[in-house]
Design a binder for this molecule. Structure first.
Ligand code: PCA
Length: 220
């Protein structure tokens, strides 16, 4: 008997805790959504190591294993008070602190000979507008930094060059309330709100929502 065909996969990745912390909202959100249906998609959740040498091999293994139609990579931005949809990944690694394996590479490319940058495949402004509509703190971001998150974002967009039709991007999340002491400059966001924000973003991605071409840049 023919089996119903499996639903297309949305690969959701989150990072393990880093910098001596015991929790990372990106993994808490990712695992909360594991196995759920988001519109047409089934969510596959994968944890990535916060280590330059192993993060991209782990991402590639997840791409090979799940053959997703969509990829949403998440990370913590400890200084931010809003869900930040990243627009640009740069071909640069410059680590301010050591990663979880003790490596602290400085001024290296993510991909030797790769282009200087990639733009996100997400409808970034449409996602920010939707999150704000449902009263979640959300913003566009023009830099994902130069640590492991930017490396994964760049490596993801580089890998997707070879997979036309697969759409992906990166979103940074603010700290959780239990991380407030470690991140005094940021306004934390409850896990339930972060999960809701990522669900909304993923739903737009899976639905193929168009980008909103309205002003959203910065002058600073
Ligand atoms: N945030 C770090 C790496 C892992 C994470 O969750 C970053 O922004 O690079």
């Amino acid at each position: 008997m023919a089996r119903a065909s499996a639903p297309p996969v949305l690969l959701l990745t989150g990072f393990e805790p880093f910098d001596g912390e015991t929790v990372n909202p990106s993994w808490e959100v990712t695992r909360a959504l594991q196995g759920q249906r988001l519109g047409a998609a089934a969510v596959a959740a994968v944890q990535l190591p916060c280590a330059f040498a192993t993060a991209l091999p782990a991402l590639q293994a997840a791409l090979d294993a799940h053959r997703p139609h969509w990829v949403l990579a998440l990370g913590l931005a400890g200084s931010r008070s809003a869900i930040s949809v990243e627009r640009v990944a740069v071909n640069l690694v410059d680590a301010r602190i050591p990663d979880n394996a003790g490596a602290q590479p400085v001024d290296q490319p993510v991909v030797d000979g790769g282009p200087a940058a990639y733009f996100t495949g997400l409808p970034a402004k449409a996602i920010v507008a939707r999150l704000q509509q449902v009263s979640l703190a959300a913003e566009l971001s023009h830099s994902a930094g130069s640590f492991v998150c930017n490396q994964v974002f760049y490596g993801l967009m580089h890998a997707l060059e070879r997979h036309p039709g697969v759409v992906g991007g990166f979103i940074h999340l603010p700290p959780l309330p239990e991380q407030a002491d470690r991140h005094p400059a940021a306004r934390p966001m409850a896990l339930a709100d972060q999960v809701q924000g990522v669900r909304e973003a993923a739903a737009l991605l899976v639905a193929g929502a168009a980008e909103l071409h309205r002003p959203g840049g910065r002058i600073d």
